[in-house]
Design a protein around this ligand. Structure first.
Ligand code: AMP
Length: 309
């Protein structure tokens, strides 16, 4: 079994300078699993929804190749709802509404046939929920954890405990600064790598992603797109692509993880082109191959340093 993901499945409502989405399918777990399926990786999504969650959304996830046997439908509850509004630069947003609903008392259950995964992807949820999933699986080769400032403010001790147990931590630049108390991202990375994880990803939105391990650093740009329509879920798509690529190749060297970072950035570049999962849902393997080539071209150069100096 390849990839177990735990993460939210949601109704999102998004306002951008280009328009309003209305109530659409969202959730960190949804984006992660869709990214994994696009890479052809066998994966299960562990989550919870309310009884208002339409069957057509579940059918859509199944159609995309996601095993939904880990999604609980909670009777008498509504599905998690999140509403956010982006500012004109599309880099910052305000959360307008968070209604936890079914996600409130979420007690994830990893299906019995999925207790031995290659990779475990802990999507952004309460650290105790992430920890309970970690305790249900047997020694995955890699555990990736995504979190956010909200848990640093509200569940600091629980977060530090679970961070200690994972191999890869994925956070954004502001979160790296908050977690470490360091402004310089290099110093922040050094401090965070002492907290437990062997690898650290610092997501920088439209400026790509930094990847740290021991004294090594790798950087992937984000693809400069003419139009960024809706950045929601880009970070989750990135993390899903990263984790799934490693589950597929089973090579956990730093060199191969660099490839995983590029795959994550390439997949995330699709997500931002339309509302919610709309673009990701229609991407083909050929589209992905084209995009990876664009990434190669974007930062490849042939300058021969020895001849020049
Ligand atoms: P991102 O743009 O990567 O921050 O992820 C956005 C997704 O995270 C949306 O689809 C939301 O449904 C989901 N989300 C927002 N807040 C939370 C939360 N507190 N817990 C779990 N998922 C959330």
């Amino acid at each position: 079994m390849s990839l177990v993901t735990v993460g939210s499945v949601a109704f999102d409502e998004i306002i951008t300078p280009f328009g309003e989405s209305g109530k659409i399918l969202g959730g960190a777990g949804t984006f992660i699993s869709l990214a994994a399926s696009l890479l052809g990786v066998e994966n299960v999504l562990v989550s919870v929804v309310g009884e208002d969650f339409p069957q057509k959304n579940l059918d859509f996830l199944v159609e995309k190749g996601i095993d939904i046997s880990g999604i609980e439908i909670k009777e008498g509850e509504k599905t998690f709802f999140w509403k956010g509004q982006y500012h004109n630069d599309m880099n910052s947003r305000d959360t307008l509404i968070t209604e936890l609903n079914a996600l409130g008392g979420f007690q994830p259950k990893v299906p019995a046939n999925w207790r031995n995964p290659e990779v475990l992807m802990l999507g952004n949820l309460h650290p105790l929920v992430q920890d309970s999933v970690l305790n249900q699986v047997e020694k995955p080769r890699l555990v990736v954890l995504d979190t956010m400032n909200f848990w640093m403010d509200s569940a600091w001790d629980d977060l530090l405990k679970v961070i200690k147990k994972v191999s890869v931590l994925a956070i954004n630049d502001e979160e790296a600064r908050q977690l470490s108390g360091e402004y310089s991202l290099r110093k922040a990375a050094k401090a965070i790598l002492k907290m437990g994880p062997q690898f650290l990803i610092i997501k920088k939105g439209e400026h790509g992603a930094l990847f740290f391990h021991e004294d090594e650093i790798f950087f992937s740009p984000a693809l400069p797109l003419e139009e960024v329509f809706d950045p929601t879920g880009a970070g989750d798509t990135f993390a899903g692509g990263f984790a799934a690529y490693l589950a597929k190749t089973k090579d956990y060297s730093f060199e191969n993880m660099k490839n995983a970072i590029i795959i994550g950035c390439a997949l995330a570049s699709f997500t931002v082109e339309k509302f919610g999962v709309e673009k990701l849902a229609s991407v083909t393997k050929e589209n992905l191959a084209e995009r990876i080539k664009k990434f190669k071209k974007l930062s490849h150069f042939n300058l021969n340093v020895e001849n020049f100096i």
